[in-house]
Design a protein around this ligand. Structure first.
Ligand SMILES: Nc1nc2c(ncn2[C@@H]2O[C@H](COP(=O)(O)OP(=O)(O)OP(=O)(O)O)[C@@H](O)[C@H]2O)c(=O)[nH]1
Ligand SMILES: [Mg+2]
Ligand SMILES: [Zn+2]
Length: 285
């Protein structure tokens, strides 16, 4: 617990853990929480209460029993970080991150990193649907320094969460924004090794230009939590304007005749790639 002047290593009341478990949540506290705690020793304490959250990014935790895991709470925005390549870009995953943010009522933005590795025209084309959907998109390279000023502007005055697959450069970007931060990043010799995350815990860093950023370990799969399939369509902002206009009020926008969403896709007013993601997510549930 950070009081602003001091830091305390805290335990969590068993009662809070039991309450969380009863709600199928892995833990009662998360990075970004505001808590009440009692001091039990030098730099040690006990978390007594977790204050209500403004919002939270929750994913379905790995394991057989369906459990939710709060990654970060009380955010101003999620910045989903992806690399144009190395690791390969999975555009479905971009859409999934954005859906999770929309479902959590957390404003989302994209940071597309490693632009030094691909053709600028191709990059623009790939991410055009996200500009169209209204998401802020910044394009960065830690190698050339391109876009770092745009990223600063995006982060200024806010608490943001950096999330994305492992190896896309989340920690490298933070190091580039704040020389001296010296976060551990993946060394070149380990570039080919798979399954190892360089960042192993989530932590909020205060940057000198007036921003706070939660760096998180790479996420392989962001399982949807507490999002019903019938609600997914509302989590694609560019689809929302067409939702009331289908012939059938029960339209799922996947195969029905007279579907206003499909018509908008055919007319190019909703991007086809985004629509494909949307249908896939509904099918997967
Ligand atoms: N070419 C290129 N390489 C980059 C860029 N940014 C980061 N890298 C490299 O990408 C690798 C991974 O960077 P990290 O910052 O450790 O990635 P991460 O997203 O924090 O990874 P996890 O902590 O595992 O989630 C490192 O070897 C970096 O040097 C970039 O803009 N261009
Ligand atoms: Mg990292
Ligand atoms: Zn429809």
């Amino acid at each position: 617990v950070d009081t602003g002047t001091e830091k305390y290593r805290c335990y969590v009341r068993g009662r809070l853990k039991k309450e969380a478990d009863a709600c199928n949540m892995i833990s009662p506290v998360a990075v970004g929480d505001h808590v009440a705690f009692s001091v039990t020793g030098p730099e040690e304490g006990m978390i007594e209460k977790v204050h209500p959250r403004r919002n939270q990014i929750v994913r379905r935790a790995a394991g057989r029993r369906p459990m939710g895991q709060t990654l970060v709470a009380n955010l101003d925005q999620m910045v989903a970080v992806f690399a144009v390549k190395e690791p390969p870009l999975h555009i479905r995953m971009v859409d999934r991150f954005l859906v999770v943010a929309e479902g959590a009522n957390v404003p989302a933005a994209l940071c597309i990193n490693k632009i030094d590795l691909a053709d600028p025209g191709e990059i623009r084309e790939t991410f055009a649907p996200y500009h169209h959907a209204g998401y802020p998109v910044v394009y960065t390279s830690v190698i050339t320094g391109e876009g770092l000023e745009d990223l600063k502007q995006l982060l200024k005055g806010k608490l943001s969460m950096f999330c994305g697959p492992s190896g896309v450069g989340k920690s490298s970007l933070l190091n580039a924004l704040q020389p001296g931060l010296s976060l551990k990043t993946r060394s070149v010799s380990r570039l080919t090794s798979k399954g190892s995350h360089t960042t192993t815990h989530t932590e909020i860093f205060s940057l000198d230009f007036g921003a706070r950023v939660a760096d998180t370990p790479g996420i392989k799969e962001l399982g949807l939590w507490a999002v019903k399939p019938e609600d997914i369509m509302e989590l694609f902002p560019e689809v929302v304007p067409y939702l009331g206009d289908c012939r059938f009020s029960t339209c799922t926008h996947t195969h029905e005749p007279g579907c206003a969403v499909k018509k908008a896709v055919d007319q190019g007013r909703i991007h086809h790639a985004r629509y494909k993601s949307f249908v896939k997510m509904i099918e997967e549930g």
